[in-house]
Design a protein around this ligand. Sequence first.
Ligand code: OOG
Ligand code: NI
Length: 458
Amino acid sequence: MRARFCKYLSDLYAREVPLYKTLTSMVQKTNKQIIEKHPELGLNVRDIEVISAERHGAIRLGKPQELYVIAKIFRIMAMYPVDFYDLTKSGAKRQPVISTSFRPISLDEIEKSSFRMFVSLLQPDDRSFFTEDIGKEIKKNIAHRSFFSTKLQELIVQYENDGGFTEETTTVFIEEAAKIFTWSRQANNRKLYNYLMDNGLAIAADISCFNNPHLNHLTPNSLDISKLYEFMSQEIPDNLKDSIEGPPARNVRILLRQTSYKAVVEEVIFTDESGEKSKGSHKARFGEIEERGMAMTSKGKKLYENALKRYMENNDVSEFSVIPDNYTELYKQKLGYYIYAATSQTKDKGSLCCDIDELIANGDVILTPLRYEDFLPVSAAGIFASNLENYGVEKRVHAEVDYRKEQLEEIIGQQIYDSFDIYGSQSAQSLMNTYQQLGVWEQVTNKQEIQEKIKPIG
Ligand code: OOG
Ligand code: NI
């Protein structure tokens, strides 16, 4: 269902934003070249459609109730909230939203479709962004909006009662759910809109002066963002951002690299309170691309974050060289997550030891890096800022609001998973399976430590 939904959204977005179509065909072209040039990736050109169909989307909501229902919808597609992102603190590019991402969790589900959605919730009560009056006006403006069709609400209840859908209801569900994210061209409260735009709060205008959360972007996955970026700067250089967010180009890909086009100008019709209509334009939606690499442990991610902090101060890209650029060293220093697997050629199982490093060195066990399935707060802030042409908001008052993950959990009515727990659990599970397969599990001395990492998730 998730794969079908992703495809449906992609077709819809292609009709709404012509640039997106061009972008996806460029992604497919470069992905094909990469697969052909790098057989060591183990990818098959025949799978090009599947590989190039990977997407993440981004939407922005205005009210807690909206997030509550959205979470139910994603839950039906086996997408769970993972990690909490507080964008109100991200330095110069801070935005008045807190976020999470809904994504599949198990490796099986990720393989079926890795489709994920970055979901942000506006904080109109945050006085470091909004005056009391404006906060009130925003809330009033969206108090009565509802973009969940009656049919969709019925289907959610039906799913929760029956625990599944028929083929037919699945199709209707996908159509009704996708309607939430369409571009309506209809805006309202031009006075509020203008105020927010003039005061560096474009995101609040994008959220609160429209009747539904249009899809902000739908990002195809690229196997080589540097190459794709080069291609894009030749083909459609206009409005392409002049840098790539995330770690610099390396041999071993880590975390997430992204870049985008600046937002396209779209025509809107404003309706004011008296019902009078006027023409205007809005700039928020854009084309983004990404490349995903290995998931980093908390130690590895800290190294990256500290390097990034220094890099942002001194613009010296060599700051990132503290992160080793080969798998052996990354493994040795426990900076990345891996899946362990027993190799088939191991015959004389009786003679095996249970020292994992030895097993790896002898070729009895192989490692495959786990891919990073989440987002990066600093990159996200950069993405918000550049597509809104809104590089940060001067603090109105200095009192910072303390946002916590629990707040979003309460709204969603469900736990927000920690991505380190997920990667750690998947890695530990594969390690245990491998030991068992090799028949050495009983001799393993740190059984408990491994078992403790395995968590029931999803
Ligand atoms: C979301 C920005 C975050 C990403 O890829 O980091 C994001 C937004 O613009 O609403 O999508
Ligand atoms: Ni994005």
